[in-house]
Design a protein around this ligand. Structure first.
Ligand code: IMP
Ligand code: MG
Length: 178
């Protein structure tokens, strides 16, 4: 285990089991349809790649980079589109794949923006959800796990760009965050 980790909240094995369940749900819900999976870089990368392998549909990929946080753990309430989609989404079934819903600002704003582009449908799939931190009304359509109000890293999630490669979802030792 990484030396900076205080505890493991979800093991890689637990996550992979849940990812398979979500993939099966998506496969069922969109049977006969094509879907554009939009991964939000960089945090969703690990979840995205585990998920898409198990979705048995006509899939396309695209990616966005949005930023709502500085380098710390506090949300600014606004998002910046740093990299937009590389194609129009009019008439398409779009699923946004995100690492975590925290305050909800990022996905609320992103959903608003993408809705103006007239997709056929638009849903949100997030590995983690921290409902106790919500500042705006926003619900995910596919959620892996609800987590308590603790800053977590691993499986794609970072603290100051580190720890994304940890195979489990972890909480770091308090001294690392200060
Ligand atoms: P929101 O706009 O507050 O919902 O923030 C969503 C973004 O904040 C996520 O995509 C993450 O990049 C980041 N974030 C929120 N909570 C955590 C956490 O516990 N660990 C790592 N990143 C987090
Ligand atoms: Mg982040």
């Amino acid at each position: 285990m990484n030396n900076d980790v205080m505890k493991v909240l979800l093991t890689g094995e637990e996550i992979e089991k849940r990812v398979r369940e979500i993939a099966a749900e998506i496969t069922r819900d969109y049977r006969g349809e094509s879907v554009l999976m939009v991964g939000i870089l960089r945090g969703a990368v690990v979840f995205f790649s585990e998920l898409v392998k198990r979705v048995d549909l006509d899939l396309r990929f695209d990616f966005m980079v949005v930023s709502s946080y500085g380098s710390g753990t506090d949300s600014s309430g606004e998002i910046r589109i740093i990299k937009d989609l590389s194609q129009p989404i009019e008439g398409m079934n779009v699923i946004i794949v995100e690492d975590i819903i925290d305050t909800g600002y990022t996905l609320k704003n992103l959903k608003k923006l993408l809705t103006t582009r007239n997709p056929k449908s638009l849903k949100i799939c997030s590995l983690l959800d921290k409902p106790s931190r919500r500042k705006v009304e926003l619900e995910g359509d596919y959620i892996g796990f609800k987590v308590p109000n603790e800053f977590v890293v691993g499986y794609g999630l970072d603290y100051n760009e580190k720890y994304r490669n940890l195979p489990d979802i972890c909480v770091l030792k308090p001294e690392i965050y200060s």
